[in-house]
Design a protein around this ligand. Structure first.
Ligand code: ZN
Ligand code: ZN
Ligand code: ZN
Length: 372
């Protein structure tokens, strides 16, 4: 429905506003939204009615605008009628389930909040599927009958911190230690307030302005180059949940249990990646927002962290890089199709449903929720 104000001059009709309105409605029709322009969808009124109701009660105003009183009165009567017509039309409109039709702006907000956590979860799952973790899990089943379960907690900082990625790598995790700190330990600037910089962007050339670095871009705290640093606003803490001992298992039984876990991990990983690709395509076709800073950059940081802490021999880094390449190929195809005008309609996907599915994943749903 459209409400046009200031329409007394056009005798309470749309007047010149009708042309842009027709163009807009034609555009919507191209997207599958059909609106008929008539007196049930276009309502013309005038706020001169306000002058009749309020202005004419003021002696000074009344003296000045005496000659217009009849016009104001007509405006009030007409606008009042139109408002009642509008209310009547609203009550007759057929309702539809709001949950089933997330608007584009709602979709944008959901995608923006979802993509960063998905980049983290992709990495966590890939880590859990790695060869070294497989062996640790089988050993655990054989020693105390349990799979190792990790709990992930997020600690949000009061101010962004500038930390060193290279130095974080030097503090190796102790696999026997129940509390494993995987995040950055070298904090080079504690209250790193830099305007116009996006946290978690890597590399970030604007970090040259951070107080931690000297004129040559060398860190005065750790000695590394400024491009080896990153600004973060929170850190992830992984804790291993201690479980009571269960009957120990044979290697064969342990492998069986692990392979069940692995297939759940694989299906969750496939689902997460399919979702990421779907969301990226939605953003591309609707030209809403660039997904690179939302997802690609974040995943690159996760890969870099893995690379630094596990070394180049890690299968996690390889697999994540391959998945990222596949993602980039797919999004480039969409880009090319868009340029050649091969995609004409908006691909409608149900963001709310995707969101609900992601947060109810058996193992990682609760982790995604934590990051939101
Ligand atoms: Zn700083
Ligand atoms: Zn540093
Ligand atoms: Zn450093």
């Amino acid at each position: 429905m459209f409400v046009l104000t200031n329409s007394s001059a056009a005798n309470y009709l749309p007047g010149t506003a009708m042309d842009p309105l027709r163009i807009y409605v034609a555009e919507l029709a191209g997207k599958g939204i059909n609106i008929t322009l008539n007196n049930q969808s276009v309502f013309c009124l005038d706020n001169e009615g306000f002058r009749y109701q309020c202005g004419m009660k003021n002696d000074k105003f009344k003296a000045e605008f005496k000659n217009f009183e009849e016009n104001f009165k007509k405006s009030w009567t007409k606008s009042r009628e139109v408002i009642f017509e509008l209310f009547k039309a609203v009550t007759l409109v057929q309702g539809h389930t709001a949950a089933e039709s997330t608007s584009i702006s709602e979709a944008r907000i959901i995608i923006q909040t979802l993509m960063g956590p998905l980049a983290k979860v992709c990495t966590i799952i890939e880590e859990e599927m790695s060869k070294s973790v497989k062996e640790t899990q089988i050993q655990s089943l054989m020693e105390n009958g349990n799979l190792i379960k990790k709990e992930i907690a997020i600690e949000k900082f009061e101010h962004p911190q500038c930390v060193c990625l290279s130095c974080a790598a030097k503090t190796k995790n102790n696999p026997k230690n129940a509390e494993t700190q995987i995040e950055f330990t070298q904090i080079c600037h504690k209250r790193c307030i830099l305007p116009d910089t996006v946290p978690e962007k890597f590399p970030e050339p604007k970090l040259i302005d951070c107080a931690a670095f000297d004129g040559q871009g060398k860190c005065q705290k750790c000695g590394c180059h400024y491009l080896k640093h990153i600004r973060i606003t929170q850190k992830t803490i992984q804790k291993i949940l201690q479980k009571p001992k269960a009957p120990i298992l044979s290697r064969k039984k342990a492998e069986e249990i692990y392979s069940k876990l692995l297939s759940t991990l694989q299906s969750e990983q496939t689902f997460v990646w399919e979702t990421v690709i779907q969301l990226a395509k939605y953003l591309q076709t609707n030209a809403i927002v660039d997904f690179n800073p939302l997802f690609v950059d974040k995943l690159k940081i996760e890969i870099e962290k893995q690379h630094l802490s596990l070394g180049s021999s890690s299968d996690v880094v390889d697999k994540l890089q391959r998945r990222l390449q596949n993602f980039e190929t797919q999004t480039k195809m969409v880009e090319a199709a868009l340029e050649n005008m091969q995609i004409s309609e908006i691909s409608e996907i149900n963001i709310q449903t995707i969101f609900n599915k992601i947060i109810s994943l058996k193992i990682h749903g609760s982790i995604v929720k934590q990051f939101l």
